[in-house]
Design a protein around this ligand. Structure first.
Ligand code: SF4
Length: 144
């Protein structure tokens, strides 16, 4: 069993109320080979919602209290991201998951590359908050 971002499985949970469908991921969920999660919705963020980016670092820094997540209206939404990440980790543990395929560049799900917090479309090295927590627990994470 692997963990996947729910938006990749065709669930309309992205910030704009749409999906980010990847038919291969949807097929895995339908066959019972993958569990679909949306950390932002699990953390209490609505659908649709304002865009968010990590400011002052990456997801690992957010976990350590050294960076925060803000929305495009400068509202601090860090706590929702931390709650969502912990809920995803609980689900991963319950299913004994060792691998995750996550949506690229998301402040939650992105692996190795995220937006820089400027809302100008600039990318930096780093993980989203959930991806960072999963990696710390030795779950292999890949973004598509
Ligand atoms: S938090 Fe992850 S699963 Fe949810 S919409 Fe964003 S990228 Fe998709």
């Amino acid at each position: 069993m692997i963990l996947v971002s729910a938006c990749l499985a065709g669930i309309d949970c992205a910030w704009d109320g749409k999906d980010r469908l990847d038919p291969r991921i949807k097929a895995m969920v339908e066959k019972g080979l993958a569990v679909a999660v949306c950390p932002e919705v699990l953390g209490g963020r609505p659908i649709p919602r304002t865009r968010t980016e990590i400011m002052g670092g990456s997801g690992g820094n957010v976990l350590d209290g050294r960076a925060k997540v803000f929305d495009e209206n400068s509202k601090d939404v860090t706590s929702e991201f931390l709650i969502g990440a912990r809920k995803v980790l609980d689900i991963a543990k319950k299913h004994n998951i060792k691998k995750a395929i996550l949506k690229s560049r998301s402040p939650s799900c992105g692996c190795d590359e995220i937006y820089d917090g400027s809302f100008q479309g600039r990318l930096v090295r780093g993980d989203g908050v959930t991806a960072a927590l999963l990696k710390r627990k030795d779950i292999l994470c890949k973004s598509i």
